[in-house]
Structure formats: structure tokens, C-alpha cells
Design a protein around this ligand. Structure first.
Ligand code: BTN
Length: 129
């Protein structure tokens, strides 16, 4: 079924997984992110995320933003912003753009510290209950 909501398990084209919990009344949400790729190329751990949806879920397609803390294996931070859609084949997807801030050791390295990219997430399964 088409849920038109962010909660549930999602996978992106890099095979990263993201589970978003139920949305609060104010649009806030929390979740967990398991990235398949890292800057260092090393192993990863499940990382917490926090975000907010900007429209009530019944209205059109909600826009949202969230931040992931990679603390357990990296000093980097990623912020994602996007919108939920249903594609031509009826699959829900999250079209997002992200900025990844890497920690650098000095102001001279600041220019190279931020990457930008895109991720498309499709729903793996809907939450229970
Ligand atoms: C790090 O390697 O220091 C933190 C992990 C960064 C993973 C990035 S965030 C944007 C892109 N989308 C993913 O699912 N993973 C990478």
C-alpha cells in the first residue's frame, strides 16, 4: 500500500538502509542509518538520525530534512533534505540531496571539507502496527 509517510524501512541506490520511527505530532522523527559506504572505506555501525517533516502527511508529498550522526566511526556529519513521491510504477521513493561535512584539521583545509550528492530511497517494508 502507498503510505505517503516517512516511517518505515528504506534502502538507497548505494544499498544503505534507513529505518524511520513514527512521526511526532510536530513532524519530528528519529531513526537509524546503516551506510554501506564510508569516507575511510572502513567498517560502519548503525548511526542515529533526527529530522523533521514540514507538511502533514495527508497533504500532497511531504518535504523533510534529517541529520545523521556517524559518531561511532567518523567525525563527519551528513544533512539530507528531500521529498517523498510515488513513481510511475506505484513505488514510494524519497528523492534527497545530501551534504556531507568531513572534519578537517585546519582552516586551510576547509575548502575541501564538504561534499554534496543525491540519494534515492525506496521503501523496503512498512512499519508494523
Ligand atoms: C563517513 O564515512 O565519515 C560517514 C558516512 C558517510 C556516508 C555517506 S552520507 C551520503 C551517502 N549516502 C549514503 O548512504 N552513504 C553516503
Amino acid at each position: 500500500p502507498v503510505e505517503r509517510k516517512l516511517s518505515g524501512l528504506w534502502r538507497n541506490e548505494q544499498d544503505s538502509l534507513m529505518e524511520i520511527s513514527a512521526l511526532a505530532d510536530d513532524g519530528g522523527f528519529q531513526g537509524e542509518y546503516l551506510t554501506r559506504v564510508t569516507l575511510a572505506g572502513g567498517c560502519t555501525r548503525i548511526s542515529p538520525l533526527r529530522g523533521a517533516q514540514q507538511q502533514p502527511s495527508e497533504v500532497a508529498w511531504p518535504t523533510f530534512a534529517f541529520t545523521v550522526w556517524w559518531d561511532t566511526f567518523s567525525n563527519a556529519t551528513t544533512a539530507f533534505a528531500g521529498q517523498c513521491f510515488v513513481d510511475a510504477s506505484g513505488r514510494e521513493m524519497l528523492s534527497t540531496t545530501w551534504m556531507l561535512r568531513e572534519a578537517v584539521g585546519s582552516l586551510e583545509e576547509d575548502w575541501k571539507a564538504t561534499r554534496v550528492g543525491r540519494n534515492v530511497f525506496t521503501r523496503k517494508r512498512t512499519p508494523k502496527g
